[in-house]
Design a protein around this ligand. Structure first.
Ligand code: HEM
Length: 215
């Protein structure tokens, strides 16, 4: 325990926390996307899927608590790394050592808060105060018929794509898996996961707006 706490005090310790909590969140995001594909099979499929999940409250609550811890740790470690970064910067005239890493880190610090905003809105709309409790299909179609809401979801998921790409790529580095021989695989894997999730998630509002998915 003491050793874990000592490790957390270091920059690399915080990055490992970012990587592990990020992996939990990515796992959920992939599972959530696969579940949402039921929208394409119609109202019975997605509503039946949601009802089945809600009939297992222990699973639902265990997932929620795990996610709460993962998001909490992810945001807290990110905040501390950011504070450390600002403190270390000191002078505006520092020499730029690694433009690629700098660019990735800067992207994370603006996509992260956008995603937090997206998540709060998303939870309010579909989980906390849904217009039609139990009718997931209707909630999704009615929401995405509004072009502003759809635009917000598209923008949020583009931010998610960038965040996932840089996050997955740097997570391997943080856990020490950054051998030059495997770096191109690391990049390909990050591109593949983030592209599938982003395009897949964006397809939902687009399909509603174009009338492919209707009530
Ligand atoms: C366009 C893409 C998305 C759609 C259509 C969608 C749809 C939904 C719906 C309908 C629910 C409510 C499910 C129910 O009550 O049974 C839900 C819940 C949720 N969504 Fe999404 N979602 C999308 C993207 C995301 C993303 C990218 C994230 C994470 C960053 C996310 C995180 C969550 C969470 C945490 C819940 C609450 C689960 C719970 O505790 O009940 N969603 N989503």
């Amino acid at each position: 325990m003491q050793r874990a706490l000592t490790l957390y005090q270091t920059t690399i310790g915080k990055k490992v926390v970012m990587a592990l909590s990020g992996a939990i969140i990515v796992g959920f995001v992939i599972g959530h996307f696969l579940g949402n594909l039921n929208i394409y099979l119609g109202p019975e499929a997605i509503n039946g899927y949601a009802a089945k999940l809600h009939s297992m409250p222990a699973l639902v609550w265990a997932t929620r608590i795990l996610l709460l811890f993962a998001f909490g740790a992810h945001i807290w470690a990110a905040y501390q790394l950011w504070r450390r970064n600002v403190a270390a910067r000191g002078s505006h005239y520092k020499r730029r050592k690694d433009l690629a890493t700098d660019y990735a880190a800067r992207t994370m610090y603006w996509t992260g808060p956008i995603l937090l905003l997206y998540l709060v809105y998303h939870l309010l709309e579909f989980t906390i105060i849904p217009a039609h409790p139990g009718d997931v299909y209707r909630n999704v179609v009615e929401a995405f018929r509004n072009p502003w809401i759809s635009a917000f979801y598209v923008a949020g998921n583009l931010a998610l794509g960038l965040h996932l790409f840089h996050g997955i790529f740097s997570a391997f580095q943080s856990i020490g898996a950054n051998h030059p021989r495997y770096n191109s695989y690391r990049r390909d894997l990050a591109i593949a996961i983030s592209a599938v999730i982003t395009l897949g998630n964006i397809s939902f509002p687009i399909s509603v707006l174009t009338g492919i998915v209707t009530l």
